[in-house]
Ligand binder design. Structure first.
Ligand SMILES: Nc1ncnc2c1ncn2[C@@H]1O[C@H](COP(=O)(O)OP(=O)(O)O)[C@@H](O)[C@H]1O
Ligand SMILES: [Mg+2]
Length: 416
């Protein structure tokens, strides 16, 4: 039996079987590419991928590998897999990333922790929207972080459609609440940044040169149609947040971590023509980002429109929060917590009054009332709550439930 063992690289190959030790680090991607190439050279066209040992999975390893599997499948290579005991491969759509078909469904679905395929602007729009709706209910984000994430994810996905020459990308996002940390990775098996820039006026000398250029303000392969501020802005946002950015394309890699930049050459890739691009960014959402400072193009500070807040605004310049439209889940304690997170994130984003509209809500549970109203009142204080929140359209049953749970919550907070 032909055996290739390499410690600390993430995968080992035994004939046509590739065994994964982990899926939590980008080096696994390199070792996967090398092992598949060697396997193909040894005559195999049919591989078994063994994921039984892995746990957990992170976007920076799993998104590129998932996309590479799709690439190799298109060239006639056949794969089968062995999942781990939690079925993590099937539950993350790792082996068969899905392109969102009916966007309206995504609103109800948690799109984080899954690998998605996208090939048009509609999918990008729905995915970004759905990621953000889920994030803002999951925890409380410091000022500027949510719009920063939205901007970065949009720019990176848009680049795949505009520059990769393949117009197919793969994406996954995660939130790690214990570390107050989000991670997104986007991969495409297109031409790569070097190939897309090499015939432009910037004429990069080699792949690393191309990545370094792409990070600069105003660099684009086509200045007539594009502005060249996407990757620059992403880099700035990550820098201001002291997060982490990694760009891998055409055999080069650039990593920015807490303001220290490192670069690498000779990173394995499919071929010169198929240079692939992987962009991974991680932000600390407990660390606020001044978007107007981060996104300064030329002398102009750029303000990001908050599309969600604009869509919720009413004619009195208030945020009209319709409970029956924005609450997801069945009105229990967890869904109350998600709703409170959503409201607290809005309070961080605007100084406007927020109208909580209970129209069409016939009944709520007292645990939902406690999570949303009771705890919000304690958190904001009586004065703050009165200044920011207005309650509207509660029927008498709902009023009674709210009244009871709020008094209990207040009494409890006084007895502490
Ligand atoms: N996924 C990608 N594949 C190939 N080239 C890319 C990709 N993403 C970015 N690039 C290259 O990097 C350049 C800079 O990207 P960006 O800063 O977003 O500016 P713009 O999109 O306005 O040109 C692009 O013009 C393109 O040449
Ligand atoms: Mg761009």
């Amino acid at each position: 039996m032909e055996t290739k063992t390499s410690k600390r690289t993430g995968t080992n190959r035994e004939d046509n079987k590739v065994i994964f030790d982990t899926l939590d680090h980008p080096v696994v991607v390199n070792s996967f590419i090398e092992n598949i190439k060697k396997g193909i050279n040894a005559g195999y066209r049919d591989f078994i991928l063994d994921f039984s040992k892995i746990h957990p999975i992170f976007p920076n390893a799993s998104v590129p590998i998932s996309g590479l599997i799709q690439y190799y499948k298109n060239t006639g290579v056949v794969f089968s897999y062995i999942d781990n005991s939690d079925n993590i491969i099937s539950s993350t759509q790792f082996f068969d990333p899905i392109e969102p078909q009916d966007g309206s469904q995504l609103k109800l679905k948690n799109t984080l922790n899954k690998i998605w395929k996208f090939s048009n602007h509609e999918s990008v729009f729905w995915l970004v929207n759905s990621f953000l709706e889920e994030l803002r209910r999951s925890d409380i984000f410091e000022e500027g972080v949510l719009v920063g994430i939205e901007w970065c994810v949009n720019e990176i996905m848009d680049n795949v459609l505009n520059h990769s020459s393949q117009s197919i990308g793969f994406i996954m996002g995660q939130i790690h609440k214990s570390k107050k940390h989000i991670a997104f990775t986007v991969f495409d098996y297109g031409q790569g940044i070097y190939n897309s820039l090499k015939d432009s006026t910037y004429a990069p000398r080699h792949p690393l040169d191309a990545i370094t250029l792409s990070v600069k303000e105003g660099v684009s392969r086509d200045k007539k149609n594009f502005q060249g501020n996407g990757i620059f802005g992403l880099h700035q946002i990550v820098k201001f947040n002291e997060g982490r950015l990694s760009i891998t394309s055409n055999s080069a890699a650039y990593i920015l971590k807490k303001d220290i930049a490192k670069s690498f050459k000779n990173v394995p890739t499919i071929s010169r023509e198929v240079g692939c691009t992987t962009i991974d960014f991680q932000l600390d959402y407990g660390n606020k980002i001044s978007i107007s400072d981060a996104l300064k193009f030329g002398e102009k500070n750029y303000e990001i429109q908050n599309i969600l807040l604009e869509s919720l605004e009413n004619e009195y310049n208030q945020i009209h929060y319709k409970i029956n439209e924005r609450v997801t889940g069945s009105g229990t304690r967890p869904s109350g917590l998600r709703t409170r997170n959503d409201i607290l994130n809005i309070i961080k984003e605007t100084k406007k009054v927020i109208v909580l509209d209970f129209d069409e809500i016939v009944l709520i549970t007292s645990s939902f009332a406690d999570e949303v109203i009771g705890k919000l009142l304690i958190e904001l204080g009586f004065y703050g709550f009165n200044n920011i929140i207005r309650l509207r359209n509660m029927n008498s049953t709902v009023q009674n439930i709210v009244q009871r749970s709020v008094s209990q919550r207040m009494a409890q907070s006084l007895n502490k």
